[in-house]
Design a protein around this ligand. Structure first.
Ligand SMILES: [Zn+2]
Length: 152
């Protein structure tokens, strides 16, 4: 699913990218700009701001009013409200650009040696160049959340 997160939801944006969602987020943007972008790019607005939520709804922009202060609960709220199906991450958690699968030999030297030695599947972000591999960060994410978002 495609989302736009308001300035208060940067952490939630990263968490949604972890579960394969396309989320744009601006650390500073005014409400008009967020509304304009949501409409132009046909995204669901995620906001903690009741006024922004109401303006979006008046304009026919789909929106979710996020109530919790805690990112774990926020993620649950969004999953419930939109019925989204968590997917494996295909987007960069940092910049939201698509990830491209790369051969192991192509990223030698770009990741710590023990990571390079122990893994066979790697992806690289087409935007910022961050390298990803299947690894402990997924386990840590699940542990932090206290639930497995990929579990049916
Ligand atoms: Zn990136």
């Amino acid at each position: 699913m495609k989302f736009i997160a308001d300035v208060m939801l940067g952490k939630l944006a990263r968490f949604l990218r972890m579960i394969g969602q396309d989320v744009i987020y601006f650390a500073d943007a005014d409400d008009d700009f967020i509304i304009y972008s949501a409409k132009e790019t046909r995204r669901i607005l995620l906001t903690r701001d009741v006024r922004l939520y109401q303006s979006a709804r008046l304009l026919g922009i789909p929106a979710v009013l996020v109530c919790s202060n805690h990112v774990k609960e926020q993620l649950k709220e969004v999953i419930e409200a939109t019925k989204l199906v968590p997917e494996k991450a295909k987007r960069c958690i940092v910049c939201n650009a698509p990830l491209k699968s790369v051969e192991r030999c192509e990223i030698e030297g770009l990741v710590p040696e023990f990571v390079w030695m122990r893994n066979s599947e790697f992806w690289i972000c087409e935007g910022c160049g961050k390298v990803y591999w299947r690894g402990s960060h997924i386990k840590n994410f699940i542990k932090f959340l206290g639930f497995d978002p990929w579990e049916k």
